[in-house]
Design a protein around this ligand. Sequence first.
Ligand SMILES: [Zn+2]
Length: 60
Amino acid sequence: MNEARAPEEPVVCARCGKTAESVPVTWTCSVENGRREYFCEECARENIRAIEGRLDSSWW
Ligand SMILES: [Zn+2]
């Protein structure tokens, strides 16, 4: 067995639930409460906008 780290676990967009076999370069990774969460390209854009606008993001 190959024990090398293989980051091939599927990733799921924390916002819309979109999945990918590996993390696309266009996706954004953020760590929330010690958990790693991913946002797809579209959601990352919304996420950034929300952060910049300091909107209430308690729902994510
Ligand atoms: Zn998404």
